[in-house]
Design a protein around this ligand. Structure first.
Ligand code: ADP
Length: 376
């Protein structure tokens, strides 16, 4: 309480002092500029203090301060000096504030730029997975695709032997297919089988509110890949960055065009013998820029299909393993026609969840996934 009263007294004293200086301090007598001008010309003025809106001055031998307007003329200072007036230039409070604000603006501006570059192009943006630990045997079905991938893994493991046969490793492979059918899984399995590093990235990693960061990130990704060879660079949602270039001039299109151009430069910048393989996953190849899918860049293209009946059956068995269920996987596989692998996993998981909730509610008769599936 005492402290509050003390603070209030100090505040009141400061306000009074401020008001006194502002309103009651004796102001110098005003002299019209025209009179001031002629008296300077006659050599009657000894000193002048120039501030942004006024000039305070003293007559020869006098101590009284007079004031006139500052005409803000570029010739003023020279005119006073030529007439032997001693000049003092006073910086206004507003000028000091504006200088401080200017400095502050530059400091904040550069701090934001440095922060943005450090945050958005942090060297840790793309993490390397040294061993994915995924094998082709973890992938259910898709036997044809697995065979092709096995051969690519073999080329990556024995590049010299294949080179002797005149077979080079593809630089880029496009995996096309609906989401949830295992494009990422295939990429991880390929890295696992070939025992190479895996660097995953996705379209959103290249997005930024700042222009030119997207292309810089493409460069960063490939700079990292060059340091981590042999490796697989996996770009998910590739249609998010590799879309057809459009020269409309809009900011987003310009950024996209620059990203695609940076990608083309990077793909052309390494040879098939450098030990970098770029795998790109897309839902639709038609949306991609033609220059990207030209042979020599993304020259191998594979479709990751929806699981067939047999694969669905195996997936159902795989995802129901360890769960208490009473359904025929064959019947369910028939009903799951058109489902992606991820959808099958999600339905079975949800069914088990619903079944266990029902069990909680009824507290009898045993948890049966089949029951959950019916409810789903
Ligand atoms: P995409 O990259 O095509 O969107 P993902 O590879 O992320 O699909 O797969 C989604 C989920 O489905 C993952 O949990 C993955 O393990 C599983 N999955 C997909 N395809 C298969 C498959 N053929 N065998 C086993 N699991 C699969």
């Amino acid at each position: 309480m005492k402290n509050k009263i003390f603070s209030a007294i100090i505040l009141a004293a400061l306000i009074c002092a401020g008001s006194y200086f502002l309103f009651f301090q004796k102001k110098p007598a005003f002299v019209p500029y025209r009179t001031f001008y002629s008296e300077v010309s006659d050599g009657k003025i000894s000193e002048a203090t120039i501030s942004s809106d006024k000039i305070n001055f003293k007559y020869n031998g006098g101590e009284t301060v007079f004031s006139t307007e500052n005409p803000d003329s570029p010739a003023l200072k020279e005119f006073l000096l030529l007439n032997s007036v001693k000049i003092t230039e006073e910086q206004d409070f507003s000028e000091i504030i504006s200088t401080v604000l200017d400095v502050l603006f530059y400091v904040i501006f550069f701090a934001v730029i440095i922060f943005a570059f450090r945050k958005f192009i942090s060297p840790n943006t793309f993490k390397t997975v040294h061993r994915t630990g995924v094998k082709f045997s973890d992938i259910v079905g898709m036997e044809n695709l697995k065979k092709d991938m096995m051969q690519i893994a073999d080329i990556m493991k024995n590049p010299a032997a294949y080179r002797a046969k005149g077979i080079r490793m593809p630089k880029g492979i496009l995996l096309e297919g609906a989401p949830g059918n295992g494009k990422t899984l295939f990429a991880r399995a390929l890295a696992g089988e070939a025992k190479v590093n895996f660097i995953p990235a996705k379209a959103t990693d290249f997005e930024s509110m700042f222009m030119a960061i997207g292309p810089a990130k493409v460069k960063l990704l490939f700079a990292k890949a060059r340091k981590r060879t042999p490796c697989i660079v996996f770009i998910d949602e590739f249609d998010g960055i590799g879309t057809k270039r459009n020269y409309s001039g809009s900011a987003i299109e310009t950024e996209n065009t620059r990203i695609v151009t940076a990608l083309l430069n990077e793909l052309d910048g390494f040879t098939p013998h450098d030990g970098i393989l770029v795998l790109a996953a897309t839902n639709s190849r038609d949306a991609l820029d033609e220059a990207l899918i030209r042979p020599g860049r993304f020259d191998a293209k594979y479709t990751v299909p929806y699981p067939d009946f047999e694969s669905r059956e195996k997936l159902i068995e795989k995802y129901s393993a360890g769960k208490n269920y009473s359904f025929d996987p064959k019947i369910l596989a028939k009903n799951f026609s058109g489902f992606s692998c991820a959808q099958i996993e999600s339905v079975i998981n949800r069914a088990a969840l619903v079944a266990s909730q029902q069990l909680e509610m009824r507290k009898n008769r045993g948890s049966r996934i089949f029951f959950g599936l019916l409810l789903y």
